[in-house]
Ligand binder design. Structure first.
Ligand code: HEC
Ligand code: HEC
Length: 267
């Protein structure tokens, strides 16, 4: 009963968010990119992938990407999926896309202090962003993820990859958590909840034991600010100023989360 009330109030609050954004003349295409950026392809639909072993692997990789805690359970320690941060199935430019990125590897990693391969980079998101452990490079989960990411990379030139890679550029600012909490309550809490835990199956957790650990890329204020300017709230992407994004990121940064365990990482 209690959870029904919570869900109902969440739905009402979300309704308010949506209505609020409709009252505004801004175009309502979610995940809109400024005209100067490469056009985001539609979220890739694996339905058209051919039958057979390779097709199955790609479809399995997509499932892992979208619902990582379910389909790569053994290696995940939280409630986050790759797709919660790598938007549109990892294809959205400037939202940490993975299209074409395998072709840039092997690549020098500052974290590792050596050249790493693409699978090793994926392992790092498992031990930090997924707060889990590294799937072996020859595990079925890794093979499926790599097959999926290779599939979305087909036909993407190196130039396109470099143009869309990473996050949007934001100036280096100082966030203020006192201003951030106000923004959080107005623009984020309807989905991610006051306690930051989100809503299972709908909205991902931002802090607490179900979120990324303190070794993750998202745990850096400038990185989160860049993600937010581009993508949040999803009903009005691009509506936060860089300063607002830093403020709310500073607020979230001050909240508890799991500690990165170096024993889980190769570097
Ligand atoms: C909590 C958010 C989050 C989650 C969940 C997450 N990642 Fe990441 N990932 C990031 C961020 C942030 C970066 C760094 C982007 C940057 O700095 O340009 C990154 C970088 C990467 C890179 C390197 C990209 C590049 O351009 O070099 C790969 C590969 C990657 N992630 C794969 C994955 C996979 C596969 C999953 C799921 C198993 C996953 N990530 C889950 C946030 C996340
Ligand atoms: C309308 C619901 C909604 C609102 C409002 C919203 N988000 Fe999100 N957020 C999502 C969803 C859904 C995702 C998963 C990615 C996607 O599908 O767009 C997400 C992903 C994220 C992520 C990356 C994944 C994670 O859990 O760390 C961060 C960080 C984030 N949101 C922060 C914010 C902040 C800060 C605000 C307020 C400025 C905000 N969001 C407002 C729905 C929302």
């Amino acid at each position: 009963m209690k959870s029904h009330i919570a869900l109902l109030s969440m739905a009402l609050a979300l309704g308010a968010v949506l209505t609020g954004s409709l009252g505004n003349a801004a175009p309502q295409t979610a995940k809109q990119s400024p005209a100067t950026e490469p056009v985001a392809p539609q979220r890739p639909d694996v339905a058209g992938v051919g039958a057979g072993k390779q097709g199955d692997l790609i479809r399995q990789g997509k499932q892992i990407f979208d619902q990582t805690p379910i389909h790569a359970k053994a290696y995940v320690g939280n409630r986050l999926s790759c797709n919660d941060c790598h938007l549109q199935g990892g294809t959205e430019p400037k939202a940490a896309p993975l299209t074409g990125v395998p072709g840039l590897f092997p690549l020098y990693s500052e974290r590792a202090g050596r050249v790493i391969n693409f699978g090793e980079r994926v392992q790092e998101c498992f031990v930090r962003s997924e707060n889990g452990t590294a799937p072996p490079l020859d595990s079925p989960e890794m093979n499926a993820l790599l097959a999926y990411i290779e599939w979305i990379s087909q036909g993407v030139s190196k130039q396109e990859t470099l143009a869309g890679r990473g996050l949007v550029q934001v100036p280096l600012l100082t966030g203020n958590a006192d201003r951030g909490v106000v923004i959080y309550k107005q623009r984020c809490a309807a989905c991610h909840q006051d306690n930051g835990a989100g809503v299972p199956g709908a909205f991902p957790p931002l802090w607490g034991s179900d979120s990324y650990n303190d070794g993750a890329g998202m745990h850096k204020i400038p990185k989160m600010a860049a993600f937010l300017v581009k993508a949040m709230p999803p009903t009005q992407p691009g509506s936060l100023s860089p300063q607002e994004a830093y403020d709310v990121a500073a607020y979230i940064h001050g909240k508890p989360r799991a500690k990165f365990n170096p024993a889980n990482s190769k570097y």
